[in-house]
Design a protein around this ligand. Structure first.
Ligand SMILES: C[S@@+](CC[C@H](N)C(=O)[O-])C[C@H]1O[C@@H](n2cnc3c(N)ncnc32)[C@H](O)[C@@H]1O
Length: 319
């Protein structure tokens, strides 16, 4: 099996993570065609309140959010990890109805997600100025810095994707984002708020088993795309929520002593029975945490927008 340069870079990172102690796999590898489809199913699950809460916020408060920036003051909307942009479409549609002249630039690691989104938008919003960019948001941030235009950029980071970063990574990320923007630019970030721990745990442990399939699909992806030979029946999904640390973590657990071969790299990885692999962190936040992140990075909090249950907040930050 011969790999592309991109696949070789992924292979190197995956093997490095599996040779580490404890073992880990980055959640950014979840998103191939099957992973994108499984995540769309997660968004519809009764337990996965995050999407519904943010949909309610954007649906009910779009005017106020966008008017805080100025309907004719938006040069571009740049979305980090756009996925199917299900919720973003509320903002795009509203701005088009207001004849606002702006560009929509979704950034995603999944080319499949961007292709699908492009096809959908051609039909749903043929007049939208659409300019997708495939890549990692950290890399793409570096190219954001541009001459100050008269109008503002609006960066979207929705769905509490920020929760996939540790708190120290969030601090560095927000500082880098601040540096890459011009005064007068805005960022709208979706943060999942603390709530009853069981509600949070259930969101990552749905009864239908879709999250389980989503997490284990990463191993199938490594088989299909990197020439590994994981037997999925020998691994399990294990989510946990720690209400003191406010972090939900998902692990893949090896059910037996086993060796997995990555033939294309000529590497073998040993797993012990019950050994966990860290695959995802989904950090939760208090409002104080969010205010502290803003202060630390230099952003001004323009406003917090909540859903009716106060499960979730979209915070508008201004440079
Ligand atoms: C959890 S989904 C969220 C999608 C959407 N923003 C929402 O709120 O529903 C995460 C999306 O970010 C993309 N993604 C994950 N890690 C990424 C990274 N490091 N760089 C760029 N995109 C990434 C995935 O491909 C996926 O489409």
């Amino acid at each position: 099996m011969s790999l592309t340069d991109t696949q070789n870079r992924v292979l190197e990172e995956v093997i490095e993570g599996l040779q580490d102690t404890p073992k880990h796999i980055s959640s950014k590898f979840f998103y191939n065609k099957v992973g994108d489809e499984l995540f769309e199913r997660i968004m519809e699950l009764p337990e996965y309140y995050l999407t519904r809460s943010e949909y309610e916020i954007l649906g009910n408060q779009k005017e106020e959010i966008l008017q805080s920036i100025g309907l004719n003051n938006i040069e571009s909307i740049i979305e980090l990890g756009a996925g199917n942009a299900f919720k973003t479409k509320i903002l795009l549609k509203y701005l088009l109805e207001q004849n606002s002249d702006f560009k929509f630039q979704p950034i995603d690691i999944s080319q499949n997600a961007l292709n699908k989104l492009g096809n959908d938008l051609k039909v749903e919003m043929p007049n939208l100025n659409f300019s997708p960019l495939q890549g990692e948001y950290f890399e793409v941030l570096k190219h954001l810095k541009s001459e100050k235009k008269q109008k503002s950029k609006l960066i979207l980071f929705l769905g509490s994707s920020i929760g996939n970063l540790s708190n120290s990574q969030t601090n560095s990320f927000l500082k880098a984002l601040y540096e890459s923007l011009n005064p007068g630019d805005f960022v709208l970030i979706g943060f999942d708020l603390t709530k009853h721990p069981q509600t949070i745990l259930d969101a990552y442990n749905d009864k239908a088993g879709v999250t389980r399939a989503f997490n284990l699909n990463v191993l199938k992806r490594f088989n299909d795309e990197l020439g590994a030979d994981f037997n999925l029946e020998n691994f399990d999904h294990f989510p946990a929520y720690n209400p003191i640390e406010k972090s939900a973590k998902s692990y893949i657990v090896s059910l037996k002593n086993q060796t997995v071969n990555f033939k294309s790299a000529d590497e073998k990885i040993d797993f012990k029975q019950n050994e966990p692999i860290k695959v995802e962190i989904s950090q939760k936040y208090s409002l104080e945490d969010i205010e502290a992140f803003a202060k630390e990075s230099g952003f001004e909090v323009a406003k917090h927008f909540f859903d009716c249950k106060h499960y979730f907040v979209d915070t508008l930050l201004k440079k």
